[in-house]
Design a protein around this ligand. Sequence first.
Ligand code: MD6
Ligand code: FE
Length: 223
Amino acid sequence: MPFTADLFADDAPTPTGEPARLPLAPGAVLLRGLVVAEAAALCAEVAAVLVQAPLRHWTTPGGLRMAVAMSNCGALGWVSDARGYRYSATDPHTAQPWPAMPAAWQALAARAAEHAGFAGFAPDACLINRYTSGVRLSLHQDRDEQDFSQPIVSVSLGLPAVFQWGGTQRREPTRRVPLGHGDVVVWGGPARLNFHGVMPLKDGTHPLTGEARINLTFRRAGP
Ligand code: MD6
Ligand code: FE
């Protein structure tokens, strides 16, 4: 009996092979385990990208060192320094273009967006975030992109985290959404500018990422 109950729990993969979808808000959905089968390959490709464009801690416009270590691939990459938050075609540390976004990643992001109802998503930026023990990302909006009609696709790899999901105003209450290895969150439409963050990462070790959580966020940053 418990076995059957588990198999058909709310968020278990459905017998049709459709991913389990947990709506967060109109325009925002968690696709639990959507990329778990490709996750090992993704982790290997992440490592290869990070050889070309190593992780680093950007400085906020206010002069604070960001706790999350970041890098990018794709035509554009998200960076932060005293000049502000922005997208750049080159890595400020090497003055080189960012590594290309692997074709498999673009396809994966488009497929995830499609599952969430956003057809034709063609990301030009993939931000790579690395969290280690105690590291958090405070509540923010993603608003450095040019076209808010395009969604964002966020892939979680490695250690689990608790996502903080708010509303369109900072003062609105937030809810806590557990994210695990292979989970994908897509948001766009009316939820595109919702506030969100990541609670401090708990200690742990994952066979694919070690003592870390890796998050890939795919965006359409340019026109
Ligand atoms: C993270 N993600 O999950 C941080 N932003 O590590 C984000 O800030 C984020 O997951 C926009 C859309 C999806 C996200
Ligand atoms: Fe964000």
